[in-house]
Design a protein around this ligand. Structure first.
Ligand SMILES: N[C@@H](CCC(=O)N[C@@H](CS)C(=O)NCC(=O)O)C(=O)O
Length: 211
């Protein structure tokens, strides 16, 4: 049994979780309390970020490394060799360029969903330490600009999806699993944000989840 340590909103943890689902691997998802990461730190030997997995005596961290590990466990058709470069490059783009816009869009909504005021304050504090005082409020105010940025970034993806159904062709691939993780973070924050980027996105997400 695989143990997945996650925050429910984390795009990187969601990517790993969707991959576990697609590979039909048995797992237990452990929601790490944002304000108490004792178990996560003990399991990983000092890390405070998610995702991490524990499997068969191995502790694997960093979502890309975790996904490579999981994809190596069993036979699958999520990364056909002929398309491996394209699929991994697309997934890396999701984890960097796309994430840089989507997390700003999602952050104000995520902040409002923490169960305690302490966890919300800690989340905002951690963001402000990295991106400057008032960044979360600023991202709320610039939401229309962030939606437009997301529309531009996802424009070509939506064109491909309209023709093929999925990012890299007519069947679901690891590229879709990664994109779904990032879109699911936005959905967690506020599903209306997804429709504001494109009405097609909720339909695409349902298709990938069902595939
Ligand atoms: N490069 C890492 C990034 C992991 C990461 O940034 N995780 C975030 C959640 S999405 C986190 O745990 N942040 C710690 C915090 O908010 O305190 C990966 O791909 O696993």
């Amino acid at each position: 049994m695989i143990k997945l340590y996650r925050f429910p909103y984390s795009c990187y943890a969601l990517k790993v979780q969707y991959l576990l689902d697609k590979l039909k691997l048995e797992y237990e998802a452990i929601n790490v309390p944002y304000g108490d990461r004792t178990e996560l730190v003990e399991v990983t030997g000092g890390r405070v970020v998610v995702p991490a997995i524990a499997h068969d005596g191995h502790i694997v961290v960093e979502s890309r490394t975790i996904c490579e590990y999981l994809l190596g466990l069993i036979d699958h058709e999520l990364v056909p060799t002929a398309k491996a470069a394209t699929i991994w490059a697309y997934a890396d783009w999701c984890d960097s360029i796309l994430e840089d816009v989507l997390f700003r869009l999602a952050t104000p909504g995520i902040a409002d969903k923490f169960p305690t005021s302490f966890e919300r304050a800690l989340f905002v504090f951690i963001k402000e330490r990295k991106f400057g005082t008032g960044c979360v409020e600023a991202w709320q105010k610039t939401q229309p600009d962030l939606i437009n940025n997301a529309k531009v970034l996802l424009g070509k993806t939506l064109e491909s999806i309209a023709v093929n159904g999925y990012v890299a062709g007519e069947t679901v691939s690891y590229a879709d699993v990664t994109l779904l993780g990032h879109l699911a973070m936005v959905e967690y924050a506020n599903p209306q944000l997804l429709s504001a980027i494109s009405e097609e996105l909720p339909r695409y997400m349902a298709r990938v989840r069902a595939a």
